[in-house]
Design a protein around this ligand. Structure first.
Ligand code: TRP
Ligand code: ZN
Length: 471
């Protein structure tokens, strides 16, 4: 009896010890980065986001924002803690699956410890409530990224790392997700975002605009534009609804500047295959910007771009066709690593040359090619492959990146080249790509191994001559 009691006690102690060990064993933390060598802190590991539900109440004239973001994700490992990227602002509370979670902030990481371990494969909801006035980032190349305000106009320009200035995010192009935006603004203001407008609800003294992006989207393409905007819906000959949001005072100039959108869309659909999203349009806020940006279904152009003559053949017609081409190449088919930025910018540049050639003739196309060659030589841009991390968007990525595609085309011929573009858009729709994927697709379609040619175009310090010596 006594011995049995002693044995039972021993067993109980063992069981207790085991239970304690399981509870206090090493903590399972999701990695604080997604593995991009250029931006090691961007993105996170341990989970895969499925959907963001971003609810923002914005006072555009004053600046502050009240936000709740619901991130639905699937754990890819057991997790005691995981990170979201989030910069600035005040985090009021975090809940995971409806229960309060501990959180701390370190640099750009919002580190969240849910009350119970998340199991690999399970889906979990993280709700982050926050407030404050978002502050943009100043990137290494001098560009201003993230949430920006000019007077009572607000817009976002996120590529590559601005998204975290306005919502908690797994900020890596590798983790595409669907999005819903619910943006409440005061009466008289309009809020545009990616996707389609699902609802527009009168809400006390204001208005709530609900936008849905139902196709997968990389976080750097998430966009909001708020202001006294007017909606213009031009003809959509190819059946893709076009909705443009122009600042009131710019509406006439912008309507003219973007008049050819439907034609470019039709030409691209013909050349690259179906438009990958449900709608397209541009936002032109009443503010100057440092360039145009291909936000998914809603490219952003600054006042300064529109006030130039966009119909000037040697001028900014190129912008319109460039950002639209990105919807296929960049947005739908997205780089996996930032060092492959030429896969976005070289492609979009080449597509805009194709449009120029289609709409203005061969001489206009040839001029794009020779101007680009001259610029690469005179500007001494670095080779476009593995562009410097602190100068990702240098001109060589655009011009020599596009010339790389031209060199491929001159080598494989038009038929194979356009099949390569169409297959690229189709096979990798909503996915991520690397330069190696492109090299192998070229080989698959053309039967030629262009590895060495593409390498020298992308990585040699001196730009090669175009095949055949000519244009
Ligand atoms: N992707 C843009 C283009 O199509 C360039 C760009 C990158 C950009 N980051 C930006 C433009 C930030 C404005 C702001 O060329
Ligand atoms: Zn571009």
């Amino acid at each position: 009896m006594v011995r049995l009691a002693a044995l039972t006690m021993l067993l109980t102690v063992c069981a207790l010890l085991l239970a304690v060990c399981a509870g206090c064993g090493s903590k399972l933390a999701g990695p604080a980065g997604a593995g991009d060598p250029y931006f090691p802190q961007m993105g996170n590991g341990g989970y895969d986001v499925l959907d963001y539900n971003i609810d923002l109440t914005v006072d555009p004239a004053a600046g502050p924002v009240d936000g709740t973001v619901l991130v639905r994700a699937a754990a890819t490992q057991d997790l005691d803690s995981f990170d979201l990227d989030f910069v600035g602002l005040h985090v009021k509370s975090v809940q995971v699956d409806g229960r309060a979670a501990r959180f701390e902030r370190k640099g750009q990481e919002l580190i969240i410890s849910p009350p119970v371990r998340l199991r690999a494969g399970s889906t979990f909801d993280t709700l982050v409530a926050y407030s404050g006035t978002p502050q943009p980032l100043h990137a290494a190349d001098g560009s201003i990224l993230g949430w920006q305000r000019s007077g009572d106009t607000i817009f976002t320009l996120d590529e590559p790392e601005g998204a975290a200035t306005w919502f908690p995010v797994n900020d890596t192009p590798l983790d595409k997700a669907t999005y819903t935006f619910r943006i409440t603004v005061p009466e008289g203001y309009v809020a545009a975002a990616n996707g389609v407008l699902a609802q527009n609800i009168a809400n006390g003294a204001g208005q709530t605009f609900v936008w849905q992006m139902k196709e997968p989207m990389a976080s750097y393409l998430a966009a909001v534009a708020i202001g006294k905007l007017v909606l213009k819906e031009p003809q959509d000959p190819s059946g893709v609804p076009i909705r443009n949001y122009f600042a009131e005072g710019l509406a006439d100039a912008a309507t003219k500047a973007f008049a050819s959108t439907g034609d470019v869309l039709a030409y691209y659909i013909d050349t690259f295959g179906p438009y990958p999203f449900e709608s397209y349009g541009v936002a032109v806020p009443d503010a100057d910007t440092q360039g145009a940006m291909e936000n998914q279904t809603l490219s952003l152009f600054g006042r300064n771009v529109v006030e130039k003559d966009m119909t000037d053949p040697t001028g900014d017609a190129i912008f319109l066709s460039h950002e639209l081409a990105h919807q296929w190449f960049g947005d739908s088919v997205t780089l996996a690593h930032w060092s492959d930025i030429w896969l976005n910018e070289g492609f979009a540049t080449y597509c805009s040359w194709l449009w120029i050639g289609h709409s203005q003739g061969k001489a206009a196309f040839d001029k794009q090619v020779s101007d680009a060659r001259d610029a690469v030589v005179s500007q001494k841009w670095p080779a476009p492959g593995k562009a410097p991390a602190n100068d990702l968007f240098n001109g060589g990525v655009y011009d020599r990146g596009a010339l790389t595609l031209h060199a491929v085309r001159l080598t494989v011929g038009d038929d194979a080249f356009f099949r390569i573009l169409r297959t690229w858009a189709d096979r990798y729709r909503y996915k991520n790509v690397t330069t190696a994927d492109f090299v192998s697709l070229v080989q698959e379609i053309s039967g030629k191994d262009l590895h060495a040619l593409i390498d020298s175009w992308l990585y040699d310090s001196t730009m090669p001559a175009l095949p055949g010596g000519g244009l």
